[in-house]
Design a protein around this ligand. Structure first.
Ligand code: SF4
Length: 470
């Protein structure tokens, strides 16, 4: 059983990193991946280079397991490295699909790490195969390698730009070739990607929490439609696509990103507190304590508690050490999958009217069991407040949601969901409340999983094939 199947959450698909200009490049890439473990737990990989030789190590599992052997770093020498943590949203979860992918071009090896989804990958792949391309993996990411390889543009920067202009969808890419690191963000800026600097070395990462661990200065976000090129100690910026409306993923604030990160020019912690405060304004509750479903709902619960004046308590304790596999009891133990992860604190919950803050509801199966556990621990009333609107549509831009038929809010009213969860009251944050919480710089957000309105075109058959090999 996979650890990630223990909990009913949408899953983020990937983290990317790039390190340039230090003999410790692969070790620092490892640390940056470690800080971003929450963005992908199925496989991890690093490609390192001294500008001539390129070495790659990938494996299935968590970063610390894949790179448990210190001796590995001796084989990953060189002053630059790129890395990747993966949870697959396209392409089967085989080791052949682990990233960074590497292909041999006429200029030498080319490596790429990708966070996001190419929404026209099927069409591009069919076209490339008709022209003779042979694919080695089932990931959408490989498409970009073929597009770059086939480009007739004069230099590598122009070839990458030409390839990216053919791709639709969401992507934050880190690439390495010819002694250079390149990083690019799709024109709509769906996924985060930031640039850092420390003592002559340059860093690229999905989230700033990785830069913090490396004690690197956060320089700025890579801009939507921007391609940067790091070489000889300098960073060159190229705009590969015209300015276009931004559609940054609002769910990164709700759940995916770490609260200590800064993404899309906003601190995640601050936005999450505002989510809780706005939820409290919209849907207060008569209660004795506020608790969170740890850890992703903690910050919103603090915001809710501050706004309502209801005391925040730790009513559920999460076991952080549930590994990828564990021994399952042979007898059927009701709620086991949830109870191994969360334990209610009876002394906190006994005889209390409890507000439970949850960041989002996908299928609702985990939350239903948690409501039951909280009641068993003696709570008098259980009021659920959700710091995002009902999820009614899947994501095609790099997050793994179940199909629409499995999304509880896609086919049940709020009252029907309340009855199914068996809680005393249920309220979601409104879409207006969500947008008000992130409003910053007048920049635009994607909220398609809450509205069903997709800002970037998606291939007709995309929803059927998103979980299947291309
Ligand atoms: S559909 Fe939802 S999860 Fe996907 S990019 Fe848009 S806001 Fe993010």
């Amino acid at each position: 059983m996979k650890a990630c199947s223990l909990i009913d959450k949408a899953r983020c698909n990937c983290a990317v990193v790039g390190v340039y200009g230090t003999t410790e490049a692969s070790r620092l890439a490892y640390l940056a991946l470690y800080a971003q473990q929450h963005r992908g737990q199925e496989s991890s990989g690093i490609v390192a280079s001294d500008g001539r030789r390129v070495n790659r190590h990938v494996g299935r599992g968590l970063v610390a397991d894949v790179f448990s052997d210190q001796a590995l770093f001796a084989t990953l020498g060189g002053h630059m490295a790129i890395g990747h943590n993966r949870y697959s949203t396209t392409g089967a979860s085989h080791l052949v699909n682990a990233q960074p992918l590497v292909a041999n071009f006429r200029e030498g090896p080319f490596a790429v790490s990708h966070n996001g989804n190419f929404t026209n990958a099927g069409e591009l792949r069919r076209r490339l195969e008709e022209q003779g391309s042979l694919f080695q993996t089932t990931t959408d990411t490989e498409v970009v390698l073929h597009l770059i390889a086939r480009s007739r543009a004069q230099d590598m920067t122009a070839r990458i730009a030409e390839a990216l202009l053919q791709i639709e969808g969401a992507y934050s890419l880190v690439m390495m070739c010819n002694g250079r690191i390149y990083a690019a963000r799709d024109p709509h800026g769906v996924r985060p990607l930031c640039l850092g600097h420390k003592e002559g070395s340059w860093f690229v990462a999905s989230e700033t929490c990785a830069l913090d661990l490396l004690r690197a200065e956060i320089v700025r976000d890579i801009e939507p439609g921007e391609l940067i090129e790091i070489h000889d100690g300098v960073v060159e910026s190229h705009r590969f696509a015209p300015l276009t409306p931004r559609h940054a993923c609002i769910f990164e604030f709700v759940y995916f990103s770490r609260p200590d990160s800064r993404i899309f020019n906003e601190n995640v912690d601050r936005v999450r507190r505002r989510l809780g405060k706005n939820l409290a304004l919209e849907s207060p509750a008569e209660a004795d304590i506020v608790i969170s479903v740890p850890d992703s709902s903690n910050t919103a619960a603090v915001g809710y508690s501050r706004r309502t004046g209801i005391k925040f308590e730790l009513g559920l304790i999460r076991n952080h050490y549930v590994g990828r596999t564990f021994i399952h009891p042979q007898q059927d133990m009701r709620d086991f999958n949830v109870r191994i992860k969360f334990n209610p604190v009876k002394g906190v919950l006994q005889d209390r009217r409890v507000v439970v803050i949850e960041d989002s509801i996908v299928r609702g199966t985990t939350l239903r069991q948690l409501v039951s556990l909280i009641r068993q621990a003696g709570a008098r009333e259980v009021h659920v407040r959700v710091s995002s609107p009902p999820i009614i549509s899947p994501c095609y831009y790099g997050m793994d949601f179940p199909s629409t038929s499995e999304l509880i809010a896609a086919h049940k009213s709020v009252e029907e969901i309340r009855a199914w969860l068996q809680c005393d009251s249920l309220a979601y944050l409104s879409l207006e409340g969500l947008l008000k919480s992130v409003a910053h710089d007048d920049e635009g957000y994607c909220a398609a999983c809450f509205t069903g309105e997709y800002p970037i075109p998606v291939e007709d058959n995309y929803s059927e094939r998103v979980h299947e090999p291309l």
